[in-house]
Design a protein around this ligand. Structure first.
Ligand code: FES
Length: 335
């Protein structure tokens, strides 16, 4: 049955599906083509035609490149197709080379390691939805839109981009959904009319936004009067979290390994754990991808990621060790 069943008050799905080195599968690139300026669509299937793990709207997968780097991409295909994953990759000239490899060197027929899927941006039940996308931020919203459309719910999309031709899936969305979609190319119309869309809070409506940091900050400002948890966003880069709670060293006990490490102000928990010889998978090192999620057994983390909701932070039972630190003298991790 089609439905929205995610309970966003429970811990992230990643807590139950945490990928490790052994959980990646190797998939074949069966299609690659350009769908907008600097945006390539990749389709992946199992080499033996096997079924792929299920996913829900908002989920992403890790692509593990031949040099071992890991990049996250939102799944933007048909979630009811159990044999295919689709992602859209923006070429990032200022990036670390992952998107350049996928654009310039990857060919149909090549194989890639794939981790996940994981979902830190689940679609919560609501009577109505407002979707706000900036550029490639349309990708996690696309399966959400398909789902709420299937359910016959009320929804609208405000979609901005540098230019009309840089906006992936623009034509399909407009053709399929007409006036539900407002397209705002910046070179033609300027910035998104967020005050117009969010100026008046609407009970029973949730707002999902994804895009560059300045856009998400503008969405938060325009939606400041909305109810808590009505606005949900997925970030590509970490928001400024201010100074850490403590400026002095703290200890981290790795309960399963029987080790204790000292984390000085100059290093991250991830660095300290790795220096002790305990491996933790990581990717973005910015608190945005979710790869380094680690269960907390005792102590109070200083959460500095862009993933957990306030309620999830308050539970103090997990943390992203690439950026989060400790509020107290000691943390105990399940590592
Ligand atoms: S490595 Fe991405 S959240 Fe820690």
């Amino acid at each position: 049955m089609v439905g929205i069943s995610e309970d966003t008050d429970t811990p992230p799905e990643a807590r139950r599906q945490r990928p490790g080195p052994g959980t990646a599968v190797t998939l074949t690139v069966t299609d690659k083509h350009h769908i907008a300026d600097d945006v390539a669509s990749l389709t992946l299937r199992h080499p033996d035609g096997d079924r792929l793990p299920d996913w829900t709207p908002g989920a992403h997968i890790d692509l593990i490149l031949p040099d071992g780097t890991v990049r996250q991409y939102s799944l933007c295909g048909n979630r009811w197709d159990a044999y295919t994953y689709r992602v859209a990759v923006l070429r990032e000239p200022e990036g670390r080379g992952g998107s350049a490899y996928l654009h310039d060197r990857l060919r149909p027929g090549d194989r890639l390691g794939v981790g996940g899927p994981r979902n830190h941006f689940p679609l919560a039940p609501s009577d109505a939805y407002v979707f706000i996308a900036g550029g490639i931020g349309i990708t996690p919203l696309l399966p959400m839109i398909h789902q709420v459309q299937l359910l016959g719910l009320e929804w609208k999309l405000l979609y901005g981009g540098r230019t009309r031709h840089s906006m992936a899936f623009r034509e399909e969305l407009v053709a399929a959904y007409g006036e539900r979609v407002e397209v705002v190319p910046q070179d033609e119309r300027g910035l998104l009319p967020l005050d117009q869309w969010l100026g008046t809070p609407r009970p029973g409506t949730k707002v999902y936004s994804c895009g560059p940091g300045p856009l998400l900050a503008a969405v938060e400002a325009a939606g400041a009067d909305w109810a808590p948890y009505a606005l949900r966003s997925e970030r590509f880069t970490a928001a400024d979290q201010g100074a850490p709670v403590r400026s002095t060293a703290f200890e981290v006990e790795l309960r399963r390994s029987g080790r204790t490490v000292t984390v000085t102000p100059e290093i991250t928990v991830l660095d300290a754990v790795r220096a002790a010889g305990v491996d933790v998978l990581s990717s973005c090192r910015q608190g945005t991808c979710g790869t380094c999620l680690t269960p907390v057994i005792d102590g109070r983390p200083d959460h500095r990621d862009a993933i957990l909701t306030d309620r999830q932070r308050a539970a103090d039972d997990c943390m992203f060790v690439c950026v989060s630190r400790s509020c107290g003298d000691r943390l105990v991790l399940d590592l």
